[in-house]
Ligand binder design. Structure first.
Ligand SMILES: *[C@@H]1O[C@H](CO)[C@@H](O)[C@H](O)[C@H]1NC(C)=O
Ligand SMILES: *[C@@H]1O[C@H](CO)[C@@H](O)[C@H](O)[C@H]1NC(C)=O
Ligand SMILES: *[C@@H]1O[C@H](CO)[C@@H](O)[C@H](O)[C@H]1NC(C)=O
Ligand SMILES: *[C@@H]1O[C@H](CO)[C@@H](O)[C@H](O)[C@H]1NC(C)=O
Ligand SMILES: *[C@@H]1O[C@H](CO)[C@@H](O)[C@H](O)[C@H]1NC(C)=O
Ligand SMILES: *[C@@H]1O[C@H](CO)[C@@H](O)[C@H](O)[C@H]1NC(C)=O
Ligand SMILES: *[C@@H]1O[C@H](CO)[C@@H](O)[C@H](O)[C@H]1NC(C)=O
Ligand SMILES: *[C@@H]1O[C@H](CO)[C@@H](O)[C@H](O)[C@H]1NC(C)=O
Ligand SMILES: *[C@@H]1O[C@H](CO)[C@@H](O)[C@H](O)[C@H]1NC(C)=O
Ligand SMILES: *[C@@H]1O[C@H](CO)[C@@H](O)[C@H](O)[C@H]1NC(C)=O
Ligand SMILES: *[C@@H]1O[C@H](CO)[C@@H](O)[C@H](O)[C@H]1NC(C)=O
Ligand SMILES: *[C@@H]1O[C@H](CO)[C@@H](O)[C@H](O)[C@H]1NC(C)=O
Length: 457
């Protein structure tokens, strides 16, 4: 209700770019003030387990951690105390969980012995993922005001200059929170700090509820950015809700991958991200992947590459599938390169290879509704780019815009490109081969970033 009131207020005062961002929290403190999360009182029907905290940064308490969860399992709560740090220095297989809570008020922190973790972390073949630990089972809740700290600086430094998806990359980094085969899992209130790579990877799980979280990955080294620190990735999930999340990272703000259905995201703030992405999907040869029944709403995207994005792989050895019934609604953009994008030539392939081996992923029934704000000007007056697959067998239809008002800082008419989209989009859009598009791309302007840490916006 509050959000729709805000939307009406914005429409009334949308005469300046500043007004668009009025009331948006600019840091985690303001986020917590705006969206107050109160740690629920201890439930009387559960028993509580405490473990000894670490005495220093090398005092690995992972054995206690696992024992604590075993004792708390089947109806209890592991309580990690405020002001204490719990160092995890070896991989933990926590897939035995059943009706267990973790009250996280202190900090769980991973060691940064990069060589050790690369040799010993769990491995998932999807994009060669490593994981510090594995969580799984049913009726799991992690809640509180505490922090999971990935201790990522050394990982950022050592990864500098590399590319995660390049076939030659052998420098793998562990995901901060990994879940496999879980039913009914809730993660609430906590803070994720400096993950080496993705923050969450949820596999083959259902009924997932993540809310009131902050996710921050910051490097103190300008030549070693916190790359690929996505907030959320998944495979094979059903029924996910994400609410009230503040994200300041480098990569996708939210990006379910193969096989996600019934997904609802409401109220996210993303700085420095690659946007709200569906996929990438269709990466692996012969494999079917789908994403379906998704609503993403009330999203503020600042200083990033994309707003709403759908990405599917093309090339000689890729998969197939579809993205269907996705609504992106109420997006506010500031200094974002493209407000909307369909990229059917993922990842990094040139246009002739893409034309020869186009994506086999259908994209249908997608709505972009109530988009406001200004792009970065990186693409001139081009503010959005929908490039559907050129394959005759991959359909791309019923892609519509309702109330789309995104402008370019270069001034002049903003241009949206649509290629391969069947039917009326509800918006005038042009082909990338048109003179209008080429002229818009040439518009040359720069604009300042939206500052998060200085008043006023
Ligand atoms: C679109 O947004 C601009 C400011 O970014 C505003 O001046 C204009 O009135 C808006 N147009 C509509 C139709 O809402
Ligand atoms: C850290 O604490 C552990 C456990 O008390 C101790 O064995 C170790 O010597 C301490 N290391 C440092 C560097 O203080
Ligand atoms: C994790 O533990 C479960 C038993 O709880 C076992 O079946 C599984 O093989 C273990 N996984 C790994 C990767 O060690
Ligand atoms: C998945 O979890 C359920 C319990 O929630 C268990 O019965 C089943 O064996 C697990 N499957 C795998 C493949 O681990
Ligand atoms: C910053 O990262 C670069 C690239 O890896 C590295 O060469 C340099 O030593 C790092 N600086 C610090 C202070 O760690
Ligand atoms: C989805 O999961 C939530 C818990 O997060 C549950 O309350 C709800 O009933 C589930 N919905 C469906 C359709 O399974
Ligand atoms: C927001 O993201 C931009 C782009 O990545 C970055 O330069 C800026 O430092 C971020 N702001 C804050 C407060 O972290
Ligand atoms: C997605 O689901 C399809 C079945 O529809 C299955 O063949 C495929 O292996 C699944 N993908 C993943 C990554 O598990
Ligand atoms: C589209 O997805 C939404 C959200 O999950 C769902 O409520 C709706 O029923 C779906 N529409 C169709 C036609 O399946
Ligand atoms: C994609 O759409 C075409 C045309 O409707 C259909 O024949 C094909 O089966 C669809 N692909 C998938 C994976 O659903
Ligand atoms: C087009 O997609 C929207 C959802 O984005 C859906 O509500 C509508 O029914 C679809 N129209 C047709 C003709 O399928
Ligand atoms: C844009 O303008 C800058 C400075 O005004 C200039 O250096 C740059 O070459 C221009 N770029 C293009 C693509 O025209």
């Amino acid at each position: 209700m509050r959000v729709s009131t805000l939307a009406i207020a914005l429409l009334a005062t949308a005469s300046s770019a500043l007004a668009v961002f009025h009331g948006v929290p600019r840091d985690t403190d303001e986020f917590r003030k705006k969206h107050v999360y109160i740690t629920p009182p201890c439930e009387e029907d559960r028993w509580f387990v405490q473990i000894p905290p670490s005495k220093n940064d090398t005092d690995d308490v992972s054995d206690f951690f696992e024992q604590g969860l075993r004792i708390a399992n089947n109806g209890g709560t592991l309580w990690l105390l405020e002001g204490q740090t719990y160092i995890i220095g070896k991989p933990l297989n926590l897939t035995f969980l059943n009706d267990v809570h973790v009250r996280l008020e202190g900090t769980i922190k991973f060691t940064d012995d990069t060589k050790y973790w690369q040799a010993n972390a769990f491995y998932h073949p999807f994009q060669k993922s490593l994981m510090f630990w594995k969580w799984g089972g049913k009726d799991i809740k992690i809640y509180g005001s505490g922090t999971i700290d990935g201790n990522g600086q050394r990982w950022y430094n050592e990864f500098a200059g590399l590319e995660i998806l390049s076939t030659g990359n052998t420098y793998l980094r562990p995901i901060l929170f990994y879940v496999e085969n879980a039913t009914n899992i809730a993660i609430e209130g906590i803070n994720y700090k400096n993950s080496p790579v993705w923050n969450n990877f949820i596999v083959t799980s259902k009924n997932i509820y993540m809310h009131d979280l902050t996710i921050v990955a910051k490097s103190n080294n300008l030549s070693a950015l916190p790359k690929n620190t996505d907030f959320f990735d998944s495979l094979n999930i059903y029924n996910l809700t994400v609410e009230r999340v503040w994200v300041n990272i480098g990569d996708d703000c939210f990006s379910p991958k193969s096989n996600a259905s019934l997904v609802h995201v409401n109220t996210m703030y993303c700085n420095g991200s690659h946007g709200q992405s569906m996929g990438s999907i269709g990466q692996y040869a012969g494999e079917k992947s789908i994403i379906e029944d998704v609503v993403i709403e009330n999203v503020w995207l600042l200083n990033g590459d994309n707003g709403a994005r759908i990405k599917s792989w093309a090339g000689p050895n890729v998969g197939y599938g579809y993205v269907n019934n996705v609504t992106f609604r109420n997006f506010w953009l500031g200094h974002v390169d493209y407000s909307v994008q369909i990229d059917s030539c993922y990842f990094n392939i040139n246009s002739s290879t893409c034309a020869k081996y186009p994506s086999q992923v259908n994209v249908t029934n997608v709505k972009f509704e109530n988009f406001y704000g200004t792009t970065s000007g990186k693409n001139g007056r081009v503010v959005g780019k929908l490039s559907c697959s050129s394959s005759e067998s991959a359909v791309c239809n019923n892609i519509t815009f309702v109330n789309y008002n995104v402008t370019s800082p270069c001034g002049g008419p903003p241009v949206v490109a649509c290629d391969g989209v069947k039917g009326d989009t509800g918006l005038k859009c042009v082909s990338v081969t048109s003179d209008e598009y080429k002229a818009a791309l040439k518009a040359n302007c720069t604009s300042p970033q939206v500052t998060l840490d200085k008043r006023p916006w």
